[in-house]
Ligand binder design. Structure first.
Ligand SMILES: N[C@@H](CCC[C@H](N)C(=O)O)C(=O)O
Length: 376
């Protein structure tokens, strides 16, 4: 088995970056039994371990370092073609991205509506010990219904969600690398949650029109009793005998947002044992499609902090759709205004629920982690 990882040493800016002209380095590794060298348990460790030894050679653009188990060449010497254009059968070319630590394997699937990776393979690729390690696998596919692209995603458990906010920002940066956007910084994406429009800003962050939140209980979906507006706001949910107050919001995918239990003032989220309580929300009978759950602490009317237990992925460092759902829930419960900074374990997101068009707008970063090649 073999794996190749190309390591970006200075993070590229989106539309201007081309892989072959960057200062990235391609490392090819071979091992009879493992995709990684003995000293590395994952491609990310490879990046950490090899960075020190290769940075000293960076000033020479035609560097070539060889060792019995490893060869490192500048991309200029390897190929003039894009890394992702070098298709080899039996191997998957991918780029790993993250949005505030919510990490994804991005696959160029623009030639087919059939995902290149099955759900079972996605589970293996996402494994943090035996695979690449990620919260999900995202496919860039041809657009349908007049859109420029289609985005599909598998969670790390192989299930397929309708949408992913951090994933869309990564998707936008991936497309900017793959396609000549002719100076355009914005395009349209068809997702399971409908039309999504990201825009790459000059500072490299991505602002995404996430569309309108879904509040109708049966559409979220939740079986919790709805109020007269047909939504579930600050309703009681019994989780193993503990009563939580929850607001249910759909951002294409389902979210259950809680600011605390019955009678409690302000939830202190740092002390929560997510691994213990998260699955009880996710698989609660009130959520027929399972649910993502956000636990929220309020600092002010424009500053919130959340931790998330994701459906199909567990505790993650960030959740874009979750942050959007949190601001919608905070507004509905009268806890915050429509424009908030939401702190997540991986960093902050700017969220605005526009009064004008009822759409939610999310702004945040998306970064390359590394380029890779893995046998399927
Ligand atoms: N992390 C994502 C959400 C990914 C999908 C989620 N696990 C689900 O099953 O709905 C985000 O940033 O929105």
């Amino acid at each position: 088995m073999a794996i190749t990882a190309a390591i970006p040493l200075s993070l590229p800016s989106p539309a201007r970056h081309s892989i072959s002209s960057s200062s990235s380095i391609t490392a090819s590794l071979s091992s009879s039994s493992s995709p990684f060298p003995a000293s590395c348990s994952s491609p990310f460790l490879l990046q950490q371990n090899t960075l020190k030894s290769i940075t000293s050679h960076l000033r020479n653009p035609s560097i070539r370092v060889s060792a019995s188990s490893m060869s490192i060449e500048s991309t200029e010497r390897v190929s003039n073609a894009s890394f992702l254009d070098r298709k080899q059968s039996g191997f998957l070319h991918f780029v790993k991205y993250h949005g505030l630590g919510n990490d994804f394997i991005l696959v160029d699937n623009r030639d087919s509506m059939e995902p290149r990776v099955t759900p079972d393979q996605a589970v293996k690729l996402c494994d943090r010990n035996f695979g690449i390690g990620a919260d999900g696998v995202i496919f860039a596919m041809p657009g349908i219904n007049g859109t420029d692209y289609t985005m599909r995603i598998f969670n790390s458990d192989g299930s397929e969600p309708e949408m992913c906010g951090n994933g869309v920002r990564c998707f936008a940066r991936f497309i900017a690398e793959l396609d000549n956007l002719h100076g355009r910084q914005s395009f349209t994406i068809h997702t399971g949650a409908g039309l999504i429009v990201p825009e790459i800003q000059d500072d490299g962050k991505v602002r995404v029109d996430m569309g309108e939140p879904i509040l109708k209980a049966s559409d979220v979906p939740t079986k919790l009793p709805a109020n007269k507006e047909q939504s579930v706001v600050k309703s009681e949910l019994d989780v193993d005998g503990i009563i939580w107050n929850v607001t249910c919001v759909g951002m294409g995918n389902p979210h259950c947002v809680t600011f605390g239990g019955k009678g409690s003032q302000n939830l202190l989220i740092d002390g929560l044992n997510l691994a213990q309580i998260g699955p009880k929300f996710e698989h609660h009978e009130m959520f027929p499609a399972r649910t993502n759950t956000e636990f929220v602490q309020v600092f002010s009317r424009s500053h919130l902090k959340m931790r998330v237990w994701e459906r199909g992925a567990g505790a993650t460092l960030a959740c874009g759709t979750g942050a959007c759902a949190v601001v919608v829930a905070a507004v509905l419960e009268g806890r915050a205004g429509r424009s908030c900074i939401v702190d997540l374990p991986g960093g902050p997101l700017e969220i605005e629920w526009s009064e004008e068009d009822n759409h939610v707008y999310m702004t945040g970063p998306a970064e390359v982690v590394f380029y890779g090649l893995v046998p399927l």
